[in-house]
Design a protein around this ligand. Structure first.
Ligand SMILES: CC(C)(COP(=O)(O)OP(=O)(O)OC[C@H]1O[C@@H](n2cnc3c(N)ncnc32)[C@H](O)[C@@H]1OP(=O)(O)O)[C@@H](O)C(=O)NCCC(=O)NCCS
Length: 261
């Protein structure tokens, strides 16, 4: 497959990939829509969407050394353009995307209240959308029954410099399931920091994420320097047995729905 110099070489069996009709895309206030792109859909997504990428995005795609990473980026960015274009009633190729000093993709044109966040790991990409809020999503793979490929023996050192004191205590109490606990804290924290737009460029230990049992299983809450961040919906996402995922959105009672192509 060739796309103006962007090569999508086969990476395995292709799965069905049907793009949603733009006119059927609707994003109500207070709703978060999470789209999943499985690895087996990457090649068909590349074929359908590579032409929508801007020159700087094509250059970034071509800079990847491995075809797999190149194709994954084309598919994610193409699907991002398709869905943003659908929600905003614009042509995907007409959108102008730039990047913040911290690496967060930003919609420069058209300027609207559409918020989005992208995450990917080996085997899966997630793209989340909502209106008039801050939004972050993260996903990590559980490799061979071990969370994120992390060996349980390495867990205590792994979150150093990332986890707050309270999170480190939760991790210490979680043995022998500490690899799973680590992945839970990790995905929650990345989702939160991506929603804030800083990523790990701020001191991540200032933020604490913890279970919020009052709101139910799968809910968590966040605080900064001990001060609760109110008005947020923070959830673990069920992305399938092989993955751990989390979402943070600055809306008080957001509803979350899954979609796939
Ligand atoms: C954001 C960050 C936590 C992502 O970590 P990761 O686990 O490697 O990657 P993920 O799969 O979770 O997310 C990748 C996506 O996050 C998004 N992203 C990157 N930086 C982001 C930020 N600061 N805020 C929100 N989202 C960001 C991009 O959409 C990226 O997708 P892409 O590769 O298709 O462009 C990490 O890259 C980070 O801390 N970046 C900030 C550090 C910094 O200042 N970088 C400057 C680079 S210009």
């Amino acid at each position: 497959m060739q796309h103006d110099g962007l090569a999508a070489r086969g990476t395995g069996a292709a799965a069905p990939f049907v793009l949603p009709q733009p006119e059927r895309l609707a994003l109500p206030d207070g709703a978060v829509q999470v789209w999943r792109l499985d690895d087996a859909q990457v090649d068909p997504a590349c074929t359908r969407l590579a032409h929508t990428l801007a020159p700087d995005e094509r250059a970034r795609a071509l800079a990847y050394r491995h075809a797999r990473h190149c194709n994954g980026y084309i598919a994610r960015r193409g699907l991002l353009r398709w869905l943003v274009g659908g929600y905003l009633h614009c042509q995907p190729e007409a959108l102008r995307l730039t990047v913040s000093p911290f690496g967060k993709p930003v919609l420069q044109w058209p300027q609207t209240g559409l918020a989005f966040s992208v995450a990917h790991t080996d085997g899966l990409a997630l793209l989340a959308f909502a209106r008039d809020c801050r939004l972050g999503v993260d996903v990590e793979r559980r490799a061979g029954g071990v969370a994120g490929g992390v060996n349980a023996a390495d867990v205590p050192g792994f979150g150093r410099g990332i986890f707050s004191v309270q999170e480190a205590q939760v991790l210490a109490r979680a043995r022998p399931a500490s690899a799973e606990a680590l992945l839970s804290i990790w995905t929650r924290k990345e989702a939160l920091l991506k929603a804030l737009g800083t990523g790990l460029s701020v001191d991540p230990t200032a933020y604490t994420t913890e279970d919020d049992w009052r709101r139910g299983a799968g809910h968590w809450r966040a605080s900064r320097d001990g001060i609760p961040m109110s008005g947020w919906t923070c959830l673990d996402l069920d992305a399938g047995a092989g993955f751990r995922a989390a979402l943070a959105v600055s809306l008080p009672d957001a509803s979350v729905a899954w979609h796939r192509c």
